[in-house]
Design a protein around this ligand. Structure first.
Ligand SMILES: C=C(O[C@@H]1C=C(C(=O)O)C=C[C@H]1O)C(=O)O
Length: 143
């Protein structure tokens, strides 16, 4: 089946892609998404994109919640130099790549999305730390 032919696209490394001479009559193949009630998706590109828009709104909410914890992490870092933890970054990215097949997520998507999430989170944290005043006590002035 076509799903067997596309299975290799779920794993890293992707197969090499030959120069394109393709010209298909569209829509080609069969809908690849089946809902619990037996209906399938999708029958137009607009229908696909409406679903993507809904999912993207959900991702945005989750990324917002993640960013709130990324901000919280800065509270445990004394200097901007403490923000970036390359070994933890690699651990987060590799965990996503390793877990991807179990949720039928292409590994190339897991890898590049998580690289983007982690790298942008580091920039966000560096901004917070550098923008936040240091509240000191002044033990030599007081008393
Ligand atoms: C959130 C942290 O700060 C940074 C951002 C990370 C992330 O977005 O997952 C991971 C490690 C750090 O480079 C952390 O130290 O856990």
């Amino acid at each position: 089946s076509s799903s067997n032919l596309s299975d290799k696209c779920y794993f890293d490394p992707l197969p090499s892609i030959p120069p394109s001479t393709d010209n298909r009559t569209i829509p080609w193949g069969e809908p690849t998404i089946q809902y619990a009630n037996g209906t399938t998706c999708c029958s137009s590109l607009d229908e696909v994109r409406a679903q993507l828009d809904t999912i993207d709104a959900q991702l945005l909410q989750l990324l917002s919640t993640r960013a709130s914890y990324v901000r919280e992490a800065t509270r445990f870092k004394a200097t901007s130099a403490d923000v970036n933890d390359p070994s933890r970054n690699q651990q987060v990215i590799q965990a996503a790549v390793d877990a991807a097949p179990s949720v039928h997520l292409p590994q190339i998507i897991a890898q590049i999305v998580y690289e983007g999430i982690v790298n942008s989170s580091v920039l966000f944290e560096e901004c917070i730390v550098s923008a936040t005043p240091i509240f000191r006590s002044y033990p030599f002035l007081i008393v």
